[in-house]
Design a binder for this molecule. Structure first.
Ligand SMILES: Nc1ncnc2c1ncn2[C@@H]1O[C@H](COP(=O)(O)OP(=O)(O)O)[C@@H](O)[C@H]1O
Ligand SMILES: O=C(CO)[C@@H](O)[C@@H](O)COP(=O)(O)O
Length: 557
């Protein structure tokens, strides 16, 4: 039989990339990145005078279609592979990245009548202006003892579907009324490929509080929140929720022609980007935490029971690998914090030296920071530059650096920021491990493990655990391709289960990061100090960060 292939398309925050993968061994034959031409829309609507407020983050649905139209034909062409041998395609997406659509499934923002309203656009995962709505959802759910709340670590996030939908209803009831449905971008893109709008159990479970047995929260709960939302589940969130690995159908003739695939190609239902990384690195059993490390960091681990863990993003049965409870936690900025420092705060001389050596500023800072021992800088930071996703679940928190003196060097601050993110991860690892969701070893994927060895060693030392690294540049896309192979099925050259696909296709580097005992000891001390700052600023003893944010938003009105 001729070799078979699948394509995984990873829709990230700034760009989308298609990867063509061999189904024999997971080898990435070729990939192609398409930048979103509108990027993250955070200042004003495209071709419009309408300005956006503080912490808005929108996207243009056409950018997603451009990824399909540019990246997919490019990988087919560059590989020289016959499209008939590409048996499946899967996509993964940031989430909750959601949009209102009309009865035809078209985005409201495509309509001239609606495009001047910011609420008709795609709200990106990091759209952070629904915190007040999230707070009210959490308070009411806690007061009523809603069963769903513990499954989300005691708090739903402002990044998720319910807070975003309620914000739309509150601030633009006309958009809410006009919308036939609110859908995840992952599901919308699949519908553009297949002509069928299905909701995948992964985004529905983690981001829209859907449960395999219980469905969405009761109408009573929605009614108590806002009587206008009473029937949300049957109206704006209607439609079948189907398990991961389901085929959404074959690609439409029209789309197949447009993007250069065979009309027989099976399309998998979508999955969240971070979650696709789990089979992508070959993790199909408990005890192994997968860290998708990029602009943000998502932590995923499988368990055999449904347990409560403070501040986790969620536990969803079959949410990642069928047969297991999939747990997720996360940090809403990691690479983004380093980017902020490099772009906003590094002195000129660092940029010049890096440039004269032909390396980038990150590489320069990493090299210089490697000359320091743990604790030597006297600095300690809190990693909340984009709020805290786990375990505090509060987007109002902000960053902190203590210990700076007139002698402090840029590379010391850079190192303190790397360490702060590692402490944030340690907090998450401990929250799971101590509550019975065992974490014995760590698997890292995403852009950061390829870029910064010091960062990875610090994570191994701070967590006192071995870290294995994906031997893939595009792990979520490889995971998505695996789901594409499952959608095709073994009879068509794919696989019958994601476990089979992962066993054959996932690849890990030989080199691992091992904790260094003397570093572990110093970091243990620093972590205790981090914990004190964490609780002082994060658990209500001192809410200066929320007050500053309030003053800031009042002052910028
Ligand atoms: N050498 C480096 N060390 C640490 N962080 C880096 C380095 N180079 C780039 N970054 C950070 O990596 C992040 C991008 O990660 P990547 O995984 O490629 O993106 P994404 O999360 O969008 O998929 C950026 O936030 C950037 O600041
Ligand atoms: O929230 C999730 C997953 O739950 C992510 O989609 C979101 O953090 C975006 O991740 P990336 O930084 O683009 O990898």
């Amino acid at each position: 039989m001729t070799k078979k292939y699948a394509i995984g398309v990873d829709f990230g925050t700034e760009s989308g990339r298609a990867v063509l993968v061999s189904l024999d061994d997971g080898r990435e034959i070729t990939d192609y990145v398409t930048e979103y031409s509108h990027g993250v829309i955070d200042e004003a609507l495209p071709e419009s005078e309408v300005e956006l407020g503080f912490e808005w983050a929108l996207q243009h649905p056409n950018d997603y279609l451009d990824v399909l139209k540019q990246s997919v034909p490019a990988v087919v062409k560059n590989s020289g592979i016959d499209p008939e041998d590409i048996v499946g395609l899967g996509i993964d997406f940031t989430a909750c990245t959601m949009l209102p659509v009309n009865t035809n499934g078209d985005p409201l923002c495509f309509d001239d009548d609606w495009k001047q309203n910011p609420h008709s656009w795609v709200k990106l995962w990091k759209h952070h202006t629904a915190q007040e709505h999230a707070n009210q959802i959490n308070n009411l759910a806690a007061k009523r003892g809603e069963k769903f709340l513990p499954r989300y670590g005691g708090k739903l996030s402002s990044e998720w579907m319910l807070a975003k939908v309620w914000q739309i209803l509150d601030e633009a009831p006309e958009v809410y009324d006009e919308a036939d449905q609110f859908v995840e971008a992952a599901d919308w893109v699949v519908s553009q490929l297949t002509g069928r709008l299905l909701r995948n159990s992964c985004t529905a479970g983690y981001k829209a509080v859907w449960h395999k047995e219980e469905g969405y929260p009761d109408n009573d709960f929605f009614k108590a929140l806002d009587s206008r939302m009473e029937n949300l589940a049957e109206t704006k969130l209607k439609g079948d929720v189907v398990p991961l690995g389901t085929s959404a159908g074959q690609i439409t003739q029209e789309m197949a022609g447009l993007i250069g695939l065979s009309p027989k190609t099976a399309i998998a239902v979508g999955i969240i980007d971070a979650h696709a990384s789990v089979p992508g690195v070959g993790v199909v059993s408990p005890g192994k935490m997968v860290m998708a490390m990029g602009t943000s960091l998502c932590h995923m681990v499988l368990g055999e029971k449904e347990l409560n863990v403070e501040g986790m993003c969620g536990v969803v049965e079959d949410g990642i690998i069928p047969g297991y409870y999939g747990y997720e936690a996360g940090q809403s900025a990691v690479g983004d914090i380093f980017a902020w420092y490099v772009n906003q705060a590094v002195p000129d001389y660092v940029e010049k030296e890096a440039e004269s050596e032909g390396i980038n500023v990150h590489q320069w800072l990493e090299r210089e920071a490697s000359n320091y021992k743990p604790g030597q800088s006297g600095l300690l930071a809190l990693d909340w530059w984009n709020g805290n996703r786990s375990v505090l679940v509060n987007t109002e928190l902000s960053g902190l650096l203590v210990g700076a003196t007139l002698q402090t060097k840029p590379e010391e601050i850079y190192r303190a920021l790397l360490e702060a993110t590692a402490f944030g991860t340690r907090k998450i690892v401990d929250a799971f491990h101590k509550n019975g969701v065992v974490v014995n070893e760590l698997y890292a994927c995403g852009g950061l493990p390829q870029k910064n060895k010091l960062l990875m060693q610090i994570y191994a030392d701070v967590t006192n655990r071995t870290i294995k690294v994906a031997d893939s540049k595009q792990t979520p896309a490889v995971g998505a391709a695996m789901f594409g192979a499952v959608a095709a099925g073994a009879d068509h050259g794919g696989y019958n289960t994601i476990v089979d696909a992962a066993k054959n296709m996932a690849r890990i580097k030989d080199e691992t990061y091992e904790p260094i005992p003397e570093n572990v000891a110093v970091y243990e001390q620093l972590y205790q100090e981090y914990n004190k700052l964490h609780d002082y600023f994060g658990r209500g003893e001192n809410d200066v960060m929320s007050r500053l944010k309030l003053i800031r938003s009042q002052s910028s009105e």
